[in-house]
Ligand binder design. Structure first.
Ligand code: HEC
Ligand code: HEC
Length: 260
């Protein structure tokens, strides 16, 4: 029994490490049956892309794609996903590693009109990545309870002190860029450089001074418990209004001809 388990494990391991040996009868030829990555500090979501070619002479329909974990999201180009003979396509697979540690191996399963073995994604989370991620989650949790927490206690050393005495662009980097312009922007933090609604000075002033209750966006005005003086707020408002172009006023028609 034990020997057989070991044997199967070896075969399974081989199939994983030598993707080309994966079931040859599947008419779906993937660039790899398994992919792996090691998370680095700042990662929250590990993206993978698999590309496939239908090497048969029949159309293949992938009716449903599912994954072995709520932490893993597969995004086929469409559902159902039809692949004509010879057609190629790509599926994006993201693994959310928040709250996870160690080595994660997840599968992406297909319900298709032809044999379609699962794809495997493997992510290794080194201890320092786990620590950084969980420290960040603790901070988010604290800010969830009190969005002004970023300006208090230990948080102030990164989120408030660096704003002291700064104006304009420099102030933006210290006060706002820390959340909005970071390479590791959290999913709930929007991209300030691509506003979804028309902007003007009032827009920037309102968001800067008041933020948004019930979110992680704090109020920066001194009057609202923030670190910024009126002069600092106005310098930011001028800077933002000048540097970030306002999108056009939405009209009835879709903006298909909009210039970039
Ligand atoms: C050592 C500097 C530092 C300290 C201390 C710090 N932060 Fe941050 N914080 C950052 C950076 C940098 C980011 C941008 C995200 C990133 O790069 O990890 C950030 C982002 C955030 C975000 C946006 C969501 C996110 O995860 O990106 C929140 C909310 C936040 N911090 C709250 C807090 C709170 C609350 C504290 C105190 C308990 C705190 N921070 C302490 C540096 C710090
Ligand atoms: C602690 C992290 C953090 C900091 C620092 C921060 N923001 Fe935000 N901001 C957020 C989050 C989170 C949201 C999303 C709020 C929501 O749920 O709608 C947001 C939303 C916004 C929005 C709305 C954008 C949109 O497209 O919906 C604006 C504008 C904005 N912030 C401006 C600023 C400015 C200006 C600063 C600096 C003075 C700043 N933020 C600093 C976290 C932060």
């Amino acid at each position: 029994m034990r020997a057989r388990g070991k044997f199967l494990k070896t075969i399974f391991g081989l199939a994983l490490s030598l993707p080309l040996l994966a079931p040859a009868q599947s008419p779906l030829a993937w660039d790899a049956m398994s992919k792996e990555r090691t998370a680095v500090v700042g990662d929250e979501k590990i993206p993978f892309t698999f590309s496939v070619t239908n090497v048969s002479t029949q159309e293949i329909t992938i009716n449903r794609v599912s994954t072995s974990c709520g932490c893993t999201f597969a995004r086929p180009p469409s559902q159902p996903w039809k692949l004509a003979p010879g057609a190629t396509g790509e599926i994006a697979v993201d693994m959310d590693i928040r709250g996870k540690s160690g080595v994660l191996i997840k599968s992406v399963n297909f319900d298709a009109t032809a044999p379609a073995p699962p794809l495997i994604v493997k992510v290794t989370i080194p201890p320092e990545v786990f620590e950084a991620l969980n420290g960040r989650m603790r901070n988010q949790q604290l800010a969830m309870n009190d969005r002004q927490a970023v300006f208090k206690g230990d948080c102030a050393s990164c989120h408030a002190t660096p704003t002291v005495g700064k104006l304009g662009q420099e102030l933006f980097a210290a006060a706002c860029g820390i959340c909005h312009d970071t390479a590791h922007r959290a999913s709930m933090v929007p991209d300030l450089r691509a506003p979804k609604v028309p902007t003007n000075k009032d827009y920037w002033r309102m968001w800067t001074t008041k933020g948004k209750p019930g979110s992680l966006m704090p109020a920066f005005a001194k009057a609202d418990g923030g670190p910024l003086t009126d002069q600092q707020v106005e310098s930011l408002v001028d800077y933002l209004d000048k540097t970030i172009p306002s999108p056009a006023q939405p009209s009835g028609a879709p903006a298909v001809n909009k210039q970039p």
